[in-house]
Design a protein around this ligand. Structure first.
Ligand code: MTE
Length: 251
């Protein structure tokens, strides 16, 4: 429904607090060494595994998917990602039946990522989702964008894409997947839990405490457009939340 965002906008306007709390972190992010890179799968699984990123990628069948991303700050983009379903990683992990949540963690390298020297932030960046969300068809692990390996500033070598949730849930440069039966806290919940919650599903009718979420500004455009319920993916994901109406699903 919406045009693909120009590649040079997607790679030069970023949120990646590890490299600074502003949008122009792309050159600083080049200092991140994305090879070698290992990903650990642990917690409530049949067996803890630590995999080299290229071994992991070779075991997956890659696809391209064009997804919208809606940042909680009310800008948005449309990106052709390459990667594989998060459900395929869950299958590889073989979680125990008691596991109900997936916690994900970014690298911790304050020598390279100077933002991580700011000790008032709860590093490393962490995010969490339910296992039902992780195995939803839309949940996608990104290894590429615009037909090339994904760039450091966009979360190389492995980042999440959860297009129905605010962008902060789409954690970048993942090093660990932990299966658990406890709802994980997250980086932004720990920074400002009254503004950023666990569920963070896009809903134009529920404002952020400090601004409206009714509209958004696509990168490269001056005009704002309406924000859609679940960022336009209600058909695929609304059923995940049918029995959770008591929860604060939309921030
Ligand atoms: N992941 C990490 N590790 N650190 C971050 O600061 N920012 C999040 C998310 N993932 C962030 C992160 C936010 S707020 C958004 S909107 C998206 O990444 C931005 O992704 P992009 O820079 O590729 O557009």
């Amino acid at each position: 429904m919406r045009p693909i965002t120009e590649e040079n906008l997607v790679t030069t306007y970023n949120n990646f607090y590890e490299f600074g709390s502003h949008k122009r972190i792309f050159s600083a992010a080049q200092d991140l060494d994305v090879r070698p890179w290992t990903v650990t799968i642990d917690g409530m699984v049949e067996e803890t595994q630590t995999l080299d990123i290229d071994t992991l990628i070779r075991r997956m069948s890659l696809q391209e998917r064009v997804y919208r991303l809606r940042c909680v700050e009310a800008w948005s983009m449309v990106v052709p990602w390459t990667g594989f379903p998060l459900a395929d990683l869950v299958a590889l992990a073989r979680p125990r039946s008691s596991a109900t949540f997936l916690r994900m963690e970014t690298f911790l390298q304050p020598n390279v990522a100077t933002g991580q020297r700011q000790s008032w932030y709860p590093w490393p960046y962490v995010e969490g989702i339910t296992l039902a969300e992780a195995t939803n068809e839309l949940a996608f692990l990104v290894t590429g964008a615009y037909g090339k390996p994904v760039e450091e500033q966009n979360g190389a070598p492995l980042r999440l894409a959860l297009p129905w949730k605010y962008g902060f849930k789409s954690i970048k440069s993942i090093t660990r997947f932990t299966f658990t039966d406890e709802m994980p806290s997250s980086f932004w919940m720990d920074v400002a839990g009254d503004e950023y919650g666990f569920w963070a599903n896009v809903n134009p009718e529920v404002p952020h405490p400090r601004w409206s979420q009714a509209t958004e500004r696509p990168l490269g455009q001056d005009d704002r457009i309406p924000t859609l319920m679940f960022n336009g993916y209600a058909e695929e994901v609304a059923s995940l939340y049918a029995d959770l109406q008591g929860e604060r699903l939309y921030f």
